[in-house]
Ligand binder design. Sequence first.
Ligand code: ATP
Length: 462
Amino acid sequence: MSRILIVEDEAIIRSALKRLLERHDYEVSEAGSAEEAGKLELAGFDLIISDLRLPGEPGTQLIEAAAPAPVLIMTSYASMRSAVDSLKQGAVDYVAKPFDHAELLETVSRILHQQSMQRSPPPDVTDDGGGRQTMIGNCTAMQLVYSRIRKTAPADVTVLILGESGTGKELVARALHQQSKRAQASLICVNCAAIPETLIESELFGHEKGAFTGASAARTGLVEAADGGTLFLDEIGELPLDAQARLLRVLQEGEIRKIGSVETRHVDVRLIAATHRDLRALSKSGDFRLDLYYRLNVMQIELPPLREREDDVLEIADILLDKACQRHERPGLRLSRAARQELRDYPWPGNVRELENALERGVILAEGHLIHPDDLGLAPVAHRPGPTASPAPPPSSADASQPGGEEDDLSLEDYFQHFVLEHQDQMSETELAQKLGISRKNLWERRQRLGIPRKKTARRPQ
Ligand SMILES: Nc1ncnc2c1ncn2[C@@H]1O[C@H](COP(=O)(O)OP(=O)(O)OP(=O)(O)O)[C@@H](O)[C@H]1O
């Protein structure tokens, strides 16, 4: 939903315009003067509509301050000359008052469309080891993502990144941090699903010595470690309710309190959160606090699944293949025509991460200078899983016994799926992982890959 700011001192015009835009599904904020508008994160808006004549500074004052957000100037017929001057100063367009509703809506939609079509180059991202990579892909949906990153990074606001597992949510979080004014400070990345529920609060918020059995020394939490910088909470939908309450306090008051402490400490942290789950639906079932959802959902960036990214699959495959060839010292390896077709047709439930893994397998297994479909190890058509967001049906025993190289994998996954579904109501995630002989992180990753929803945790008081 596009965000528009109206800057107009006449309350009647301002609220009429607000109602008009809201009826057309825009999210609208208001300010009565350029000075009042200047207190907002202007660059976070998709469009600013400002009256030219305002008490104090004129509307054109906002043009530079709001960049790259466009400013549309409203002016009266009597001052057409100043309207033209505003264009010279960089306003995107002007509308003469009183304006025709249809005409104004058309102008707004044209400007927003042009803005979204402005090509933003994919951002460069540096990983923890200092390695650089560029986000790959040029489809329309990714252009929108790049443009959102460019606009949102400098505005010091909370960002919620949505997308299936492996679509690049962490890459986006890194790009946001690295293009923000906090770039020189720390970026702390935490996967909420990979930390046992019993430990997550103390990991995030720290604890005092003796706060609980085993707390033999005081410990600083990750939120405090991100002070002055950015905290990236991946899979925030998995955060237990008690930790959600503490996080809300950080967002509302800018304060944390360690477990077992009575003192609070001020922290200045920009929060970026990501999830593949529908937080609104989770809040309806009582598993996610609605107030926290509203606090997180200031700006949204939605990553498209790979299967919807047009020709990006092959572009990404070519670049990642070169990298895999270098890593394994197998220069010059290419994908066969059939392998390229296979990559194009496959539904990629694990998205770019799954593509990376398939290419890695291809490079290791290829015998000549071409990678063939078998080398990629993708599931045969009959066994192809659905997207991670919706649970995949368990493969039938008939499927599992079919001839082909996948039987062992399938029956193992079949066993895994049945075991988890059968025992998850009685066992904690840690117990499940122990019984299966895998780590808790691995359990979570398999749940993502196989599309097995996590059991509902018992509702706790808020
Ligand atoms: N657009 C892209 N260009 C290049 N590499 C990408 C892109 N998107 C994702 N990747 C790669 O895919 C892998 C998964 O990306 P990332 O960890 O950011 O995904 P995610 O959505 O955070 O996944 P999860 O939710 O499972 O943690 C990484 O190795 C990342 O470098």
